[in-house]
Design a protein around this ligand. Structure first.
Ligand code: FE
Ligand code: FE
Length: 318
């Protein structure tokens, strides 16, 4: 029996933000053998539908109400985003310059396909009928996907698919997409821990994978810039263009919508989370949607800054 690396161990792994800010892992460290030992036989062993077998779904999640609306909104959108990520990563695998990065991104491709599946799976666990699943996802998140995810695809695919620009793909994935979204995923895991333990478990599993995606992706960019110093300006320009795109997208509207549902539900179930600290010194029940969004933003900036420094892209720190 192999031992599981700490960063992939369900009980031992650090939080996403902590792990993605501090750990160092390379594509060579996280090859296909590492993945089989640490993910299917590690993080995921014993999980059912992406969470531990004993994680409950509270009864109030199974009938109409704001917490149910909040999670359906969040997970419908996430299931589309993860599907789109999976499809986009195929081009990164195809243009990977060596076997190490090819194997690593092939594992990330399966991770993202799994995330899409377990987010959808939770909608089934909440009682949405399988025959209605894709119509429900479209009804709830189709417009949001067209407003946010499609413009991101339109930005990325000409580079990664048509020009086979490997490093552009890794920069977009690691810095502009996962780096931006990771803090929201961390917040989600914390918010749902006691209100929908199964959902929080699904997030936990995805977030453990995300530690690896962010650390290895950063290392790939760092090594590329060491080997190709003349490419640095092009990478910085890509980051600037990507951030300008994000600034135009209605991301806040989409997140605020689900936070408002969450807030209403939180107040209804306040007894369940009386003493629960969502972050050190702050009880979940004392937070507002604005405060939660601000906290995620702060984590996002801190994490991004430490990663950009590591990649040799300090010039991109605002
Ligand atoms: Fe993912
Ligand atoms: Fe990921």
């Amino acid at each position: 029996m192999t031992t599981i690396s700490r960063e992939a161990d369900w009980a031992e792994a650090p939080s996403l933000i902590e792990g993605a800010s501090r750990l160092e892992l390379s594509a060579r460290d996280c090859d296909l053998d590492y993945w089989f030992d640490n993910v299917p036989r590690g993080t995921l062993s014993g999980l059912v539908h992406g969470h531990s077998a004993d994680a409950r779904i509270p009864e109030y999640m199974l009938r109409p109400g704001p917490l149910r609306d909040a999670i359906i909104n969040e997970f419908a959108f996430r299931s589309i985003a993860e599907e789109k990520a999976t499809r986009a990563i195929t081009y990164i695998v195809a243009s990977a310059p060596d076997i190490y990065t090819m194997e690593f991104f092939a594992t990330q491709l399966i991770d993202e396909a799994r995330h899409s599946r377990v987010f959808r799976g939770h909608l089934l666990e909440l009682g949405i009928k399988e025959a209605d699943l894709f119509d429900t996802i479209e009804r709830i998140s189709g417009d949001d996907s067209r407003a946010i995810l499609v413009p991101l695809e339109d930005f990325a695919l000409p580079m990664i698919r048509d020009q086979r620009d490997f490093i552009a793909g890794v920069v977009i994935l690691t810095i502009l997409v996962e780096g931006v979204l990771a803090p929201a995923a961390e917040l989600s895991e914390r918010k749902w821990r006691h209100l929908d333990p199964a959902a929080a478990g699904i997030e936990r599993g995805a977030n453990i994978d995300e530690i690896r995606h962010l650390t290895v992706g950063s290392d790939v960019v760092r090594r590329y810039l060491v080997d190709h110093p003349g490419e640095k300006q092009r990478v910085l320009d890509l980051i600037t263009r990507g951030r300008a795109l994000w600034a135009q997208l209605p991301t806040t509207d989409v997140i605020v919508k689900r936070e408002l549902y969450f807030q209403e539900g939180l107040e209804q179930q306040a007894d369940l989370v009386r003493d629960y600290l969502v972050w050190p010194g702050k009880r979940l029940i004392d937070t507002t949607p604005e405060e939660r969004l601000m906290a995620a933003n702060t984590w996002s900036n801190e994490m991004q800054n430490s990663r950009l420094q590591y990649m040799g892209l300090a010039e991109a720190i605002p």
